[in-house]
Design a protein around this ligand. Structure first.
Ligand code: HEM
Length: 438
């Protein structure tokens, strides 16, 4: 059944529309620049650029060749909810050298089987709750040290990995740890630009390939070592054990390389996305004044502060899907093969979808019953490819928000500004954290 209730077979408008791919118009947008590039200001500030184009052209517009942006919550939700069916995750913009092995995220069935293993057993709410004391211990130590030495982004990335990395690989230490950090640090400077320099033109790209190869090689060796020593009678104690044990009637067991890639993607996100999430939480505490209302429970307030941080600073602010078939949004038809761009940041800051002014940082908005349009809040995405780390990320951020209720955070170099890469990272981020007088 399609969203218009017209029954299977008609794959058109995700919202009520009388248009079909034949009668609908092409998406409006600025005249294309040479090579189909997006407007000049896109690379500098993609959100300001897309927001400007949205004001000019409406909720669906093209901004570069083969690239369309959607800014209505119900359309965005439709696109995400149908991933792996009517839409698919765009192949990652990875330099060719990183693709020497087929990438597991491009092989949907294997990746989804790995996701199920991770999700059902260990990465769900239960593991987040069981690891809570460990997370608290690490974060408390980290915040206590931040009284004397300012915290920078790499400190946030490392503490998230220290606090929760053992969920994925319980003996993630020594060379394995440093190779992961090096690989993640090399992969992060990627921008949002749809154009990647060819590898031979960029020594950064070559370094990136080398760092990633070294990390994956070491991880594959680690998986092999664990496979040799794995006693199936012993209960699995991390995601690596679970992936080794996973048996599915429909598919062969995971290979060592598949396990290494699954772990690598999760650990990379944990370090980089989780680390930036923690940094934005600290930055929000430094930049905005907000006080817990007396009647509000500590835990509820910490949850509200985290929600508001992820609303105002969604770490993955822009993502995309490729349309598998011609699709109509409103009166606009988008051809199959187009990349549809979706921005949580634009949804989170558009006053049309929020009851209280979204330009204000206000955790108290989350204490009300109706806060936003049903599909306007997407910090972790939606649908079958929703973030696998939701519960772990929330456990880290809510524990940190709780600890920060008794501390004051001050920015050393003014408020950080977003760096819009594939991950929105705080630029010039440096804060100090001091315990409040008792
Ligand atoms: C503040 C913290 C985090 C935020 C805001 C966040 C956000 C997101 C979003 C929006 C997506 C979906 C992207 C898309 O639809 O294209 C995503 C995907 C993903 N996230 Fe997170 N994430 C966070 C932390 C984590 C952590 C701690 C992990 C570690 C397990 C993680 C692992 C992943 C993975 C593996 C995917 C890809 C899922 C797939 O393609 O099937 N994330 N994340």
């Amino acid at each position: 059944m399609d969203p218009n209730g017209r029954g299977a077979g008609f794959r058109a408008a995700p919202v009520a529309s009388s248009f079909t791919p034949d009668t609908a118009i092409s998406p409006p947008g600025p005249a294309p620049r040479p090579f189909g590039l997006p407007p000049d200001d896109f690379d500098r500030d993609p959100m300001a650029c897309l927001s400007r184009l949205g004001d000019e052209y409406g909720d669906v517009f093209t901004f570069a060749t083969g690239r369309v942006a959607l800014t209505r919550p119900e359309w965005v939700h439709w696109v995400l909810a149908r991933t792996n069916r009517e839409t698919r995750v765009n192949p990652p913009e990875t330099p060719r050298g990183l693709r020497r092995r087929p990438l597991i995220r491009d092989r949907v069935e294997t990746w989804m089987a790995g996701r199920r293993t991770a999700q059902w057993h260990r990465l769900g709410r239960d593991i987040a709750e069981r690891t809570d004391p460990v997370i608290r211990l690490h974060l408390r130590r980290f915040l206590d040290a931040a009284e004397h030495a300012p915290v920078r982004l790499p400190d946030c990335e490392r503490v998230v990995l220290e606090a929760t990395g053992e969920v994925f690989v319980r003996d993630l230490e020594g060379d394995l740890w440093s190779l992961l950090v090096q690989a993640a640090d090399h992969l992060l400077p990627q921008g949002t630009s749809p154009i990647e320099l060819p590898e031979w033109m960029s020594r950064f790209a070559r370094r990136r390939v080398r760092a990633n190869d070294a990390w994956i090689e070491a991880l594959v060796a680690h998986v092999q070592m664990r496979r040799r020593s794995r006693d199936p009678a012993v209960l699995p104690s991390d995601l690596l054990d679970l992936l080794l044990d996973a048996r599915d009637d429909d598919r062969p067991a995971f290979t060592d390389v598949e396990i290494a890639q699954t772990l690598s993607i999760n650990l990379g996100n944990l370090y980089a996305v989780g680390g930036s999430g923690l940094a934005w939480l600290l930055a929000a505490n430094a930049e905005h004044d907000f006080i817990r209302p007396e009647a509000t429970d500590r835990r509820d307030w910490a949850g509200a502060v985290v929600k508001e941080t992820l609303r105002a600073y969604p770490v993955i602010a822009l993502t995309s899907r490729e349309l598998v078939e011609d699709t109509v949004f409103g009166d606009v038809s988008i051809p199959a093969g187009t990349s549809v761009f979706i921005s949580s940041y634009l949804l989170h800051t558009d006053p049309r979808w929020w009851r209280a002014d979204p330009s204000r940082f206000d955790p108290a908005r989350w204490l009300a019953d109706e806060v936003h349009d049903q599909h306007a809040y997407l910090p972790y995405g939606a649908g079958p490819r929703i973030c696998t780390g939701v519960h772990i990320a929330n456990a880290v951020l809510e524990t940190a928000a709780d600890l920060l209720l008794d501390r004051t955070v001050t920015a050393w170099r003014g408020p950080p500004r977003p760096h819009w890469g594939s991950i929105m990272r705080p630029r010039r981020f440096r804060v100090r954290v001091v315990p409040d007088a008792r």
